[in-house]
Design a protein around this ligand. Structure first.
Ligand code: FE
Length: 206
């Protein structure tokens, strides 16, 4: 995508990605970095370090009603309370799943994503297939991710931009009343906070 033509998205990942790739191949060529180590680093920020932050926000919202209200009213500030802030996290909004509404997030034009709470976006989030299909056939896409919703559940698709980045608060699973905030956070995956998965069951913790 020609992000430079889309200034309202506020960043140029195309150009940045190109510069990063050039830098990476230069470093590998000179024997300064190990490509496997680079992959490991990216994997860590994509799957582990990044989404842990968002999971803590969700767990706090599940356990602290006053925090949940602050989060719903001003997500950027409430997320900053927990120490998470920075680029691509300046204009946050949370959308809460309920028994009647399921939320899912996309960036239809490029790959806007809330870095401070989710880390780096996964490859599929940036794919043109996801960006187009989750808008035109969200239920089918969700089923492909393993999420089957009842007919009467409304699906809301939120389009991220530089103006606003979304974080999905999944429904708190049943049978988690006795879990600590840390244990609850372990049930909250990156995909659940994008809206393409549900929170895990207590016995499915990895
Ligand atoms: Fe974008």
């Amino acid at each position: 995508m020609g992000n430079k033509e889309l200034p309202h998205h506020g960043h140029g990942p195309g150009e940045i990605a190109l510069r990063v790739r050039r830098l990476e191949s230069l470093l590998v060529e000179k024997g300064l970095v190990d490509p496997a180590a680079m992959d490991e680093l990216v994997d860590r920020y994509e799957n582990r370090v990044g989404p842990r932050n968002g999971a803590r926000v969700v767990a706090r919202a599940w356990t602290d009603p006053a925090y949940r209200i602050r989060l719903m009213e001003n997500a950027t500030e409430a997320i900053r309370e927990l120490g998470y802030q920075g680029r691509q996290g300046e204009h946050m909004q949370v959308v809460e799943n309920t028994p009647d509404v399921h939320n899912v997030v996309v960036c239809t034009l490029c790959s806007c994503y809330p870095w401070p709470v989710l880390g780096l976006p996964p490859a599929w989030y940036k794919s043109s297939a996801y960006r187009a299909r989750v808008v035109s056939e969200p239920r089918t896409v969700l089923e492909e991710f393993g999420v089957t919703l009842d007919e009467d559940v409304e699906v809301r698709v939120w389009d991220s931009t530089a103006e606003i980045r979304y974080l999905v608060i999944p429904q708190r699973p049943r049978g988690t009343g006795s879990l600590s905030e840390d244990e609850l956070a372990d049930l909250v995956s990156r995909d659940a906070m994008i809206g393409v998965a549900l929170a895990g069951k207590p016995d499915s913790r990895s």
